[in-house]
Design a protein around this ligand. Structure first.
Ligand code: FPP
Length: 241
């Protein structure tokens, strides 16, 4: 039987669904945006802890294609928060050797935000200590749909033949084409759902659904989850020898 054996502590890519900011704020009698601000501070802490844990890739779900349904106040507050985060964190991210990428459909985002995103990607493109990927206006079904459209165009142009479409070609058209698949996907706040996040890429990932609300998610909790993963056997449908 074919066995793809990944050695223990082979975890290099962790993806996180950062959930629970709203409830965290409401529990404190504060507006939801207060929770998102606290959530942004956790992003910084978790990114900074990656090198020490051997995590080379961290992908975080910041805004989904479904999040536009939230109130206008919350949506515009989140967009402002992303701009402020990029503005404030550009230099610290460069200094820490973090390479930042964004995934998701940029067409619906404000041009001023897209400019900041492009600039941060450019300014950090030579870094390699940690690869931070931030999903904004991201939905896995939307990503696959956009990928299929681009593939169809390549077929029509003669750049791709139908016979050559397979499990290796399709991911090259996904937003994540330069990233390895995540080994571990974490969702905070007690919800056991994937919510349209990295559906193709997480086919063999381990999932951890934990009760902690995102603003309470510390680097110690993160380290525990990473270390637990390292102690587990991974089989990829085969057997370990
Ligand atoms: C889900 O919590 C969280 C979001 C939709 C936003 C995630 C954003 C951040 C963590 C802030 C900043 C991120 C960056 C990259 C600077 P929720 O609002 O759905 O919480 P609830 O389920 O308790 O309502």
């Amino acid at each position: 039987m074919l066995v793809r054996n990944i050695k223990p502590n082979g975890l290099e890519h962790v993806a996180i669904i950062m959930d629970g900011n709203g409830r965290w704020a409401q529990n404190k009698g504060r507006p939801r945006l207060f929770g998102h601000q606290a959530g942004a501070r956790r992003v910084k802490e978790i990114v900074e802890s990656c090198p020490g844990l051997g995590i080379k890739y961290l992908t975080i779900f910041a805004f989904s294609t479904e999040n536009w349904k939230r109130t206008q106040i919350e949506v515009s507050g989140l967009m402002k928060l992303f701009k402020r985060y990029i503005d404030k964190e550009t230099q610290p991210l460069i200094d820490a050797g973090v390479r930042v990428r964004f995934i998701g459909d940029r067409l619906r985002l404000e041009p001023s935000l897209v400019n900041l995103m492009d600039r941060l990607e450019e300014l950090t493109e030579k870094n390699s200590a940690v690869n931070l990927t931030i999903a904004i206006n991201y939905g896995a079904r939307d990503e696959v749909t956009r990928a299929v459209k681009r593939m169809a165009k390549d077929v029509l142009n003669g750049d791709l033949s139908v016979e050559n479409i397979n499990e290796e070609t399709l991911p090259k058209y996904l937003d994540t084409h330069v990233l390895p698949d995540p080994g571990l996907v974490i969702r905070t706040s007690g919800e056991a759902r994937i919510s349209n996040f990295l559906l193709w890429q997480s086919a063999y990932a381990e999932y951890e659904f934990i009760d902690t609300l995102w603003p309470d998610f510390t680097k110690e909790i993160f380290a525990d989850l990473v270390n637990q993963f390292d102690n587990r056997e991974r089989r990829f449908g085969g057997i370990l020898r």
